[in-house]
Write a protein that binds this ligand. Structure first.
Ligand code: NAG
Ligand code: NAG
Ligand code: NAG
Ligand code: NAG
Ligand code: NAG
Length: 346
């Protein structure tokens, strides 16, 4: 058993407004700033209290923490990453703001871009659903829920409710501004799953529900000349290239236009397997964020796998449970991959 600071809190003011009562027991780890992994719970020790949802890391960074896995990024993490820079080259990992068009989720509207001319100058005016292009999922985006029912929503550290988000002038708690203010800098590890598959002449369809297991990710690291047991350091970013953007780009405009409108059972996209094995693998590595060149990091549709015995998605556990930001759709990964291939001696 690992030591926790436990505080029993009686709530009155908030229970009425909260469909799910704030946990009556707040349990959190004692975080020692000079030794941040002292008392670090294992995956099996999550959650810290049985009233918390499936594998939630609530309290691991303190009961009022709003940064979650970004806490793995420390001054030393960034200094260590700096020491690995060899070439000083930069790469754009962003899609165009308008892409994909139409958005892969048909409920999302495409970007609207207008030019507003004035006397002597002109401005760009952009109306954007921030989920359609390269983007981060913040901690207000995706709570735990039971069959998507709003009354069952549970957000990271149980700091807010759906009503808090929707209320006019509602709170900014768990907002993406926390991420912007902390800043994201550090070391990313690119695992080129698509390149590994192509090297084996293995065919795959990114528009199917392929579930990439962590055993594949370990094999990809080995294929890239990395030791999967030691290459990751706390605070690293994991970026997986599935080949999604390459296959999407190769579609005809007509095929791109109808892709979002496949019927339910066919609305599938490649991703990482949603499972305890995946969560354990990521938890043990102490990664600060995960990303990829594909729509949802995990396989779509969501939530078809049992996690700790409950049907959950990685979205729920990552965002609602661990405060892990997701980072999607990085098309230029293939440029980066080609670049690394050409630098294979370094
Ligand atoms: C925090 O960690 C440092 C370094 O290991 C140790 O010297 C110190 O005693 C710890 N503080 C507490 C309160 O445990
Ligand atoms: C990181 O650096 C900032 C600026 O020097 C400092 O205020 C902060 O205490 C440092 N954090 C740690 C954990 O050393
Ligand atoms: C969703 O889950 C809630 C809570 O378990 C349950 O009451 C409700 O009937 C479910 N709704 C559907 C459509 O399954
Ligand atoms: C893949 O196919 C190419 C071209 O047919 C061939 O040269 C190569 O040996 C194959 N590689 C594997 C691992 O089968
Ligand atoms: C899925 O696609 C196949 C092949 O195009 C089609 O025959 C089938 O009806 C589709 N299923 C659904 C549920 O749309």
């Amino acid at each position: 058993m690992i030591p926790f600071a436990a505080l029993v809190l009686v709530t009155t003011a908030f229970t009425e407004a909260r469909p799910i009562p704030h946990p009556l027991i707040i349990v959190s780890r004692l975080v020692n700033d000079s030794d941040i992994y002292a008392n670090w719970p294992t995956y099996d020790q999550l959650p810290l209290h049985p009233s918390f949802p499936t594998k939630a890391a609530w309290g691991v960074w303190g009961d009022s923490d709003e940064l979650g896995a970004l806490n793995h990024i420390r001054n030393t993490t960034i200094l260590d990453a700096k020491s690995e820079i060899q070439l000083g080259q930069t790469f754009n990992l962003n899609l165009q703001l308008s892409m994909p068009d139409p958005p892969l989720n048909p409920n999302r509207r495409p970007l609207i871009h207008a030019i507003q001319p004035f006397a002597g100058y002109q401005d760009d005016v952009v109306t954007l659903n921030t989920q359609i292009s390269t983007q981060f999922d913040g901690l207000r985006h995706f709570p735990y829920s039971t069959n998507f029912s709003q009354s069952t929503y549970q957000f990271y550290n149980d700091l807010i409710t759906f009503d808090d988000i929707m209320a006019p002038g509602g709170s900014a708690t768990l907002g993406i501004q926390n991420t912007a203010e902390k800043g994201i800098a550090g070391r990313g590890i690119l695992l080129d799953w698509a390149g590994w598959m192509e090297s084996k002449n293995a065919s795959f369809d990114v528009f199917s529900a392929i579930e990439i297991p962590t055993s594949d990710l370990d094999a990809v690291a080995t294929w890239q000349g990395l030791d999967p047991t030691s290459v990751f350091k706390p605070g690293d970013f994991l970026v997986v290239r599935t080949g999604f953007t390459k296959q999407y780009d190769a579609l005809s405009p007509h095929a791109q236009a109808i892709l979002p409108y496949r019927e339910d059972a066919n609305a599938t996209f490649i991703g990482i397997e949603a499972s305890d094995a995946t969560l354990r693998w990521l938890w043990d590595k102490k990664l600060s964020l995960v990303g990829g060149d594909h729509p949802a990091f995990e396989t779509l549709p969501l939530g078809n796998s049992p996690i700790d015995g409950v049907l959950r998605s990685l979205h729920e556990v990552f965002i609602g449970g661990m405060g892990n930001e997701h980072w999607y759709e990085l098309p230029y990964l293939r440029i980066l991959t080609k670049f690394f291939a050409s630098q294979s001696s370094t």
